[in-house]
Ligand binder design. Sequence first.
Ligand code: SAH
Ligand code: TMP
Length: 399
Amino acid sequence: MTFGPMPIANGFVHPDKAQTDDYRFDLTPAVCTTCNLFQLMEQPDPEMMFHDEYAFFSQTSSHMAIHFEAFANDIINRWFSSRPDPFVVELGSNDGIMLKHFAAKNVRHLGVEPSANVAAAARKNGVDSLVEFFSEGVAKQIVEKHGQADALLAANVMCHISDIKSVAQGINILLKQDGLLIFEDPYLGEVLQKGSFDQIYDEHVFLFSLLSVTALFSGYNLEVVDVAPQSVHGGSMRYTLARPGVHSQSPSLKATLRLEDDLGMSDHKTYVEFSKRCKNTGRNLKQLLTNLSHEQKNVAGYGATSKSTTVLNYCGIGPDLIRYISDTTPTKQGKLTPGTHIPIRTYETFLSEYPDYAVLFAWNHEKEILAKECEYLARGGKFIRFFPTVEIIETDENS
Ligand code: SAH
Ligand code: TMP
């Protein structure tokens, strides 16, 4: 299947440069019949996505801040308490949302983060950050300077790196013999269950499953010892890997493999059905917005997420159907959505003129947002979600 020509998902456009917003690649996913890895056929150059104007700052979500604090504390308390002078490395450490909890406890740490602007924000949080794309070569440099790592962490980054074999080899070099690799990413199983095709965009070159992660790392002296579903980012999976035989394997592995079998992850038909479902959702969303426009309703978007770039471009939704999208990230405000040129406004715009309907592009933060927007809802405002089906959210669902 294909979602057609797509711009860079986080490539928010300055209004003066709207005429030159012409880069497109083919957003075409495929699944490998040997290793089950769900992947993009065309993968834009990483330098086009990750640079000194990278738009995504992790700390914009208070819910994610809590999530990563718990992640860090779990490692410190359960894994590091018995280790003398442990060393942790995080790939894609962004603004330091997770590593700052290690830094605060004086744990030796290093973030590897190629986007210079977010790495600078991390340094302000006391987080030591190396501005590099992680690779085999960078792993060797780190070992030379700091020694091997007791834990290697990555959240929402492993799925971003097209040169995944160099990353796997780098991890093999950097991780101690008794170390742990723990990473989490949006889970293919969730995408298939919810039909949440907006997880597919340039940065997500892979959507992992236990099947594909096992196959990928088996060539690099690492085996999966635990999997734990996470509710964040619309449904993620946390994978823990160790050297073969060093740790016992958790019963969660068998249960997850059964689930992946039940979902038909290795079956071509599953993806044909998924493709039909994407088309249906796209059609239904556009139809609903067209109807609201005919009824002269004021419709805005909530959260200029990277994911929304796939939805807007695939469905052909522009400023005629959604007047603006409100977002709390200062670097996105005043810009236009990539490809579809919907203006991005401040959160205060949303508060000052409560639209009749708000399309919840940040649907993965639904709980946090609906709790925060009780006033909007009380005044008759309505949110629209589009996964698992396109619908206006009934407020008593969340009360
Ligand atoms: N871990 C954070 C950030 C996720 S966004 C969180 O979960 O909120 C993905 C991050 O990975 C970006 O900050 C991007 O700059 C970084 N990244 C992209 N390619 C990378 C690579 N090859 N090595 C390390 N980090 C990378
Ligand atoms: P994400 O889905 O990739 O985490 O991005 C969420 C985007 O939504 C980010 O640009 C910040 C924005 N946002 C808001 O504007 N308001 C909110 O309450 C939340 C949680 C996110």
